[in-house]
Design a protein around this ligand. Structure first.
Ligand code: UGA
Length: 445
């Protein structure tokens, strides 16, 4: 059945969710307080770089079943409201900043006059759904008829469209009893096409649904920091973390994914989510359970410093008067997102220590320029390499993996490259006369 849906918030999550819901056959009103963004989206222009999103958005708009607005009132009649606003880290603290979630629920509540389902998708500290459920019942004019469900989102940037249309699983946090059953039935209708494809559904309570999201991201962060901890030991022992990861990854119980050793995780999710998780566990008196996440965070940050140290070694011990080429600014490839980007964090540290740093990224240049105006930027990878004493490969875009090391060699002052993502073809680069250093790998490769 085709339903009327609203999507509140048109960030990374909301914009993809809104367009994907149209693809699933529904009619969607997407609401955001940012007028400029709404104008842009109404014209079919995606505000972020995300593979497949422009096509999905264009197809959704062409159906006439997708509208963008700043007016919450236009969302009032939807059968289901999805709240997709951000929960960034609170400045100067570890905890999540819930101001956007609270504001959007408060604003939405004013417009809920009859039976309807509100679905939270944002990543929130456990306990938030319960609090918001009570708020909706107290403040929405249709109070007792308004039901809440928590339906966390697990999409990855770069794969957002695929992950939204074909998720690994759906999780519904609902209350016990008939209201919860109605919420489940309605969510089953929303996701009917996805469920028909075989997507498993886990139905649980609010708190568990919130914790599923926090623990999934904590697990992924831990897996990355685990392999990066092995990297540190490999460096001390003269061993090779890439072979090690391959070998342990063959064990199905461990799995090969998320064992990519390098400069570690960044972005708008994993770093702030593990910190918010620790902060919330502390409030609940369970801080001891998550002290290991402090180490996960520390290992992750140490990799950035280690990258800077290896780069300095490759500049013969000092960055003063040296030119450093940085390949990559986004926190991961196939994204223009630079939030907590390990690449830019390394670039900034290198610059602070006296190098002239030139950055290139296939998609994130505008974002990088506005946030880090002190760095220099080049329009192409080869231009960034011009006169470089060392090249730092920090975000593993396909373009950099395909870079011809022989051609690259013609542009640099010294053939020295440090692979911060362990993705360059060592044999090709060394055959072209480069000295290649990498994190967690023997010095002579
Ligand atoms: C992450 C989760 O993977 C999603 O499931 C989740 O929905 C999302 O956060 C979120 O909470 O919204 P995302 O931040 O898009 O998704 O990116 P990831 O693919 O998880 O990568 C995160 C970081 O880890 C990147 O900086 C990446 O370069 C790094 N990484 C990833 C590694 O250093 N090694 C790896 O093996 C894998």
């Amino acid at each position: 059945m085709s339903l009327n849906l609203s999507v509140i918030g048109t960030g990374y999550l909301g914009v993809v969710h809104a367009a994907a819901m149209v693809q699933l056959g529904h009619t969607v009103v997407a609401v955001d307080v940012d007028e400029a963004k709404i104008t842009q989206l109404s014209a079919g222009k995606a505000p972020i770089y995300e593979p497949g999103l422009p096509e999905l958005l264009a197809a959704a708009l062409a159906t006439g079943r997708l509208t963008f607005t700043t007016d919450y009132g236009r969302a009032a009649d939807a059968h289901v409201h999805f709240v997709c606003v951000g929960t960034p880290q609170r400045p100067g603290e570890n905890a999540a900043d819930l101001r956007y979630v609270d504001a959007s629920f408060e604003e939405l509540a004013k417009h809920l006059h009859g039976p309807t389902l509100v679905v939270g998708k944002s990543t929130v500290p456990v306990g938030t759904a319960q609090r918001l459920d009570e708020m909706l019942r107290a403040k929405a004019p249709g109070g007792p008829d308004v039901t809440l469900a928590w339906n966390p989102e697990f999409l990855r940037e770069g794969f957002a469209v695929k992950d939204t249309l074909h998720p690994d699983r759906l999780v519904y946090g609902v209350e016990a009893g008939p209201r919860g059953e109605r919420a489940k039935a309605l969510l089953d209708e929303v996701y009917a096409a996805t469920i028909a494809d075989g997507t498993p559904v886990v139905v649980t309570d609010f708190a568990t649904a919130e914790l599923v999201k926090a623990s999934a991201n904590a697990f992924l962060a831990t897996k990355i920091s685990f392999i990066n901890a092995m990297s540190e030991v490999c460096e001390a022992a003269g061993a090779d973390v890439v072979s090690l990861a391959e070998a342990i990854g063959h064990d199905d119980r461990i799995g090969a994914k998320f064992l990519g050793a390098g400069i570690g995780f960044g972005g708008g999710c994993l770093p702030k989510d593990i910190r918010a998780f620790m902060a919330r566990a502390g409030e609940l008196g369970a801080d001891q359970a998550l002290t290991f996440l402090r180490e996960v965070d520390a290992i992750n940050m140490r990799r950035r410093s280690r990258m800077v140290d290896i780069a300095r070694e490759q500049c013969d011990g000092s960055f003063i008067g040296k030119r450093v080429a940085v390949l990559g600014a986004a926190f991961k490839p196939d994204s223009d997102d630079i939030r907590d980007s390990p690449a830019l964090s390394v670039a900034a540290q290198v610059r602070l220590q006296g190098a002239h740093v030139t950055v290139h990224d296939p998609q994130a240049m505008d974002n990088a320029r506005s946030k880090w105006p002190d760095l220099s930027y080049a329009d192409s990878a080869l231009e960034a390499l011009q006169g470089a004493h060392v090249v730092l490969h920090l975000t593993e875009w396909q373009e950099y993996r395909e870079l011809d090391p022989k051609v690259a060699a013609e542009h640099v002052a010294q053939r020295r490259v440090v692979d911060g993502r362990n993705k360059l073809d060592v044999a090709r680069w060394t055959a072209a006369g480069w000295t290649l250093r990498a994190l967690g790998r023997p010095t002579a490769l």
